[in-house]
Design a protein around this ligand. Structure first.
Ligand SMILES: NC(=O)c1ccc[n+]([C@@H]2O[C@H](COP(=O)([O-])OP(=O)(O)OC[C@H]3O[C@@H](n4cnc5c(N)ncnc54)[C@H](O)[C@@H]3O)[C@@H](O)[C@H]2O)c1
Length: 439
């Protein structure tokens, strides 16, 4: 395949060397003539282990060409990889001017191109920018997905490890590829066995951000924990080493599914203790403090949105802080129930795992503190409660029997616990609440 690559920075230069190694003919372009001159001399425009050899090899085999005219390069290639920079503006927004320039160049060249051109954006930017770039193409008379392909293909490589990451990424992610785009994209990485995911453009773009944000949070977390451990007399490095040795709960998918805020007898209490101990030693822990704040905000936001829904009679399924327990302490569902009642909703609670007469100690005290009227709200007759409510709030994964009853009752259900097994055909995601419309 013949591919034009716009931008010879870290991402673009690595694409050029690696795609040439995979057998493609690549045309490299950059707004900075010093970079194209370097490429012309068979040198890597950036320093990356292994890249110099790849570029020299590609130049010698005439698989790496230097582009001097964007129009010629676009007319002469099947697809363009856009790898230009998206630095931050002073207010945090990505500066997308380099992207706009390249899109205009492509739009201009495509006016006289017979074959459909595929635009593949490897630069990192937000969905709003992609929308703006798609509008630019439309304004130039090029209907995306028809006259041109436009695919968001985030790059996940790390500088310093870029060549290795290019050939062995965790997965390849494409957003917005049509069937004909996919046929071309299938030829982009010949011989590499890499999982491929196709999603919409916004999901692809935000998955890239989510990854980087997660990395940033991990670094900040490790540093806060290490400082906090040291302030309390432990070895921070060892604490972190032991933390990451647990692949069951700590380095795993556990606790990474969006759903209800955390609760229970441990997380909130231990977070409060850690913050208090840090505070007592003059140690600011903004990430951990923000975590407690974020959790409270999740409950508040959820409650506010549910109160605004046009359903007066609500049935809440579940009440404990997680499935398979009757532990109500610090349960987000208890706080949610309180907020819904205070917000004027009529509420029934179906949670057969909670038997009020059997609640004791701090569990009972917590229930009585927040929902003194609990005994009158609890019901064990799901079918009857469903027939009387105007909407169901699913606060924990329902059993098969419960699911059948909920779905056969044809009541609108809001899946607060994000029960992934529910058929997607009956659910539409609306601001984080899955609204399960009647089938
Ligand atoms: N650096 C990384 O590790 C990395 C990893 C993944 C994704 N990304 C993303 O990839 C994009 C590129 O990152 P980078 O680090 O390679 O950027 P960079 O700033 O190193 O390189 C961008 C290049 O684009 C060139 N350019 C600007 N306008 C141009 C135009 N109109 N035509 C041709 N070339 C033009 C610049 O001269 C520059 O050489 C960014 O959006 C970045 O967020 C970077």
């Amino acid at each position: 395949m013949k591919i034009s690559v716009f931008g010879l920075g870290y991402v673009g230069s690595i694409q050029i060397g690696c795609l040439a190694r995979l057998g493609h003919t690549v045309i490299g372009l950059d707004a900075n003539p010093a970079k194209t001159a370097q490429l012309g001399r068979g040198m890597a425009p950036v320093r990356e282990p292994g890249l110099t050899e790849l570029i020299a090899e590609g130049r010698a085999a005439s698989r790496i060409l230097v582009g001097h005219s964007p129009t010629e390069a676009i007319l002469d290639s099947d697809m363009s990889l856009i790898c230009v920079g998206t630095p931050a503006l002073s207010d945090g927004r990505p500066d997308d001017r380099q992207l706009h320039t390249v899109i205009d160049q492509i739009a201009n060249a495509c006016q006289s191109k017979q074959d459909r051109h595929l635009i593949v954006v490897r630069s990192t930017t937000l969905p709003t920018t992609h929308d703006a770039l798609l509008n630019r193409l439309r304004a130039a008379g090029l209907i995306p997905d028809t006259a041109v392909g436009y695919v968001v293909h985030p790059e996940f490589l790390r500088e310093g490890n870029g060549v290795e990451d290019f050939f062995d990424p965790a997965f390849l992610l494409f957003g917005g590829a049509t069937a004909s785009d996919r046929r071309l994209l299938d030829q982009l990485y010949p011989g590499l066995e890499i999982p491929v995911y196709h999603v919409d453009r916004a999901t692809a773009s935000l998955t890239k951000y989510a990854g980087n944000l997660f990395h940033a949070v991990k670094v900040a977390f490790a540093n806060e924990i290490a400082s906090w451990s040291e302030a309390l007399g432990a070895d921070g490095r060892t604490v972190m080493e032991l933390l990451i040795a647990d692949h069951k709960l700590n380095l795993s998918a556990a606790y990474l599914s969006p759903g209800l805020p955390f609760g229970g007898s441990c997380l909130s209490k231990d977070l409060a203790a850690a913050l208090q101990a840090g505070d007592g030693r003059g140690l600011a822990l903004p990430l951990l403090a923000g975590t407690a704040q974020s959790n409270r905000l999740q409950i508040e936001t959820l409650a506010t949105r549910l109160i605004l829904l046009p359903h007066d009679h609500l049935l809440l399924i579940g009440l404990a802080f997680k499935p398979n327990t009757d532990d109500l302490r610090d349960s987000p569902l208890v706080l949610l129930a309180r907020r819904l009642l205070d917000g004027g909703k009529r509420l029934r609670i179906y949670a057969p795992e909670i038997v009020h007469e059997q609640l004791t100690g701090t569990n009972l005290a917590y229930a009585e503190r927040w929902i003194p009227e609990l005994p009158s709200l609890l019901t064990t007759d799901l079918a009857n409660a469903l027939s009387q409510c105007s909407a169901v709030l699913v606060g924990r994964p329902p059993t098969n029997v419960e699911t059948k009853l909920i779905q056969s009752n044809r009541t609108i259900a809001y899946d607060l616990a994000r029960v992934a097994e529910w058929p997607t055909t009956v659910g539409t995601h609306e601001r984080g609440i899955v609204q399960d419309a009647p089938v």
